[in-house]
Design a protein around this ligand. Sequence first.
Ligand SMILES: Cc1cc2nc3c(=O)[nH]c(=O)nc-3n(C[C@H](O)[C@H](O)[C@H](O)COP(=O)(O)OP(=O)(O)OC[C@H]3O[C@@H](n4cnc5c(N)ncnc54)[C@H](O)[C@@H]3O)c2cc1C
Length: 409
Amino acid sequence: MDRPIVIVGGGVAGVSAAEALRDAGYEGRIVLLSDEAVAPYDRPPLSKDVLRADEIPANVWLRDEAFYRAKGIELVLGAKAASIDAPGHCVALSDGRRIDYDQLLLATGSRARALDMFPPGGTPHVHYLRTLADAQALRREMAELGGTGHLLVVGAGIIGLEVSAAARAAGFRVSVIEPGARPLGRSASLILSAFLTRAHELNGVDIRCGIQLSRVDARDGGYRVTLSDDSTLDVNLVLVGIGAVPNIELARDAGIETRPEGILVDGQGRTSAPDIFAAGEVAFHFNERTGGHRREETWQHAADHGTHVARCMIGLCEHPYAAMMSYWTDQYDFSVLVFGNPHGTSEVVRGDCATGSFSIFHLNQSAICGVTTVNAAREMRKSRPLVMKGAVVPGEVIADPAADPYQYG
Ligand SMILES: Cc1cc2nc3c(=O)[nH]c(=O)nc-3n(C[C@H](O)[C@H](O)[C@H](O)COP(=O)(O)OP(=O)(O)OC[C@H]3O[C@@H](n4cnc5c(N)ncnc54)[C@H](O)[C@@H]3O)c2cc1C
């Protein structure tokens, strides 16, 4: 029996899973399929370093060739899994190849959500940002314009704001429109959102919330866009950053249970089909800590979940997934870390926002449910135990720089 474990998707979840299998002593074949032509890479640098450099920065690549060779991971690039025969334990590729598997891990991630007015793929001067090719295309056009021009960012989420910061650094005029009431409505607390909004405004970014596109007219070298408040902008370049859609179709078409949020999996990453698992951003996964299912769009989750599910696949892990949400974002000189739930019932600042280095404690009633730090990685390390424990710390102790809230951890 030489049927491999087949992993579909060469993102951080798929690569972490392959590595975890080997590190756990799994000696069978591992086949890692990626529909992309380039070696597995990391997405966070795409909206940061890649936009600032002519060459692809070295930190983009998840692992080098020697790693896959040394670990005996059969990396198959340009290989799109087209269908799954679940009862027959076989994956068919779009080029006609078929691969029998012992167990299958779906780590197919997400794609950028499309905006009707600016369809992805070939609309001139319009960019989406999910792949290395997307980032290179945006970087190329920014370089061609030489920093002179007007960038419209549709969507004030993390990617939209990171691209705004990179574009300002390159000299572009930047306007951001956001239909919601504030930037980062999904991912950041009110205080962090207000702090980053101000940082962008101080750097010259025009952020307009509660605003949508109502009309787009092509003009020489770009577009005239009419907004829902009837104002107009003449722009040369557009970045659409309105979220991500999980790549569930492969699973759904194989009869595996899915939800609009992702492929439904239990705490061990098991789907509804025998010997088929899902991990990372595509998984609508059970998390024991919250007691419910969720899909998460963060690097740390994809890495942790890929590792966890791989260990479950080979029987090394019985306990359900229970990781805390965490992510980072870098904008201008601000390095932001978020751990736990940033959407509590109240929040307390420790330190002074005006210095650009501070923490925000998020409280659910009186218990700490999350923490955000800005240029304060050491504080984040000290705060994590408080979040893990759900510690009850009086607000005045958190806010008092002379007091020690960490003793409650
Ligand atoms: C521009 C950008 C910046 C980001 N910045 C941050 C950040 O600063 N901090 C943070 O915490 N998170 C960040 N993220 C989020 C984080 O990178 C993602 O959550 C993470 O990459 C998800 O990993 P994944 O392996 O689950 O999925 P993906 O990275 O989406 O990988 C899935 C892979 O599977 C492939 N695939 C899909 N279908 C098939 C198929 N049928 N056959 C073969 N292959 C297939 C896809 O092409 C892709 O290569 C960022 C994301 C983006 C896009």
